[in-house]
Design a protein. Structure first.
Length: 172
């Protein structure tokens, strides 16, 4: 299903299309020499087209990104580490998945577990999973962020791109 282009998008597309040349048939192709860029005229800035709502717009929070040493990362990448707890969030709606994640992290922190395998699902081709897209924001919430040491992608043995290892801080 497509949508009509906005006037800004149509103008941008016309500028791009004007710079394209049709390819010659395979038998007549010669090496393409780079053409110098055309001089730029002072134009009014064109606003960027809006992003689709399903694409995550921000990277992982820095507190989750780099708080493990190399031995942890090596064990996580190899899949040799056995998770203390597994939580499967795919097939949940966003609200239920959010609540389940928060309660699992709090329960794991109380019981002294260190590694949780969080299964989010991979999504569908062309449409990334919504739970997967929201996971970083949920983990950054003030209610549970103080328990979290790191978030890493799971090894293929534990779900690959459809799952994450959530490493909790050592209890004090």
């Amino acid at each position: 299903m497509s949508r009509p282009l906005s006037p800004q998008e149509r103008a941008l597309w016309q500028r791009v299309a004007a710079t394209v040349r049709p390819m010659a048939p395979k038998s007549a192709r010669a090496p393409i020499e780079p053409t110098p860029p055309a001089p730029r005229a002072a134009a009014t800035p064109t606003p960027a087209p809006p992003r689709p709502a399903s694409v995550p717009a921000r990277p992982a929070p820095p507190a989750i990104a780099a708080t493990l040493d190399g031995s942890w990362d090596k064990r996580l990448r190899s899949g040799k580490l056995t998770p203390d707890r597994v939580i499967d969030l795919h097939d949940h709606n966003l609200e239920r998945a959010h609540l389940a994640l928060h309660s699992a992290v709090e329960a794991a922190a109380v019981s002294g577990d260190r590694v949780i395998l969080v299964i989010t699902g991979k999504g569908r081709p062309g449409r990334p999973g919504r739970i997967r897209a929201e996971l970083h924001d949920w983990l950054a919430s003030a209610r549970i962020s103080h328990h979290i040491a790191a978030l890493r992608p799971a090894s293929p043995r534990h779900g690959g791109s459809g799952a994450f290892y959530l490493v909790l801080r050592r209890p004090r």
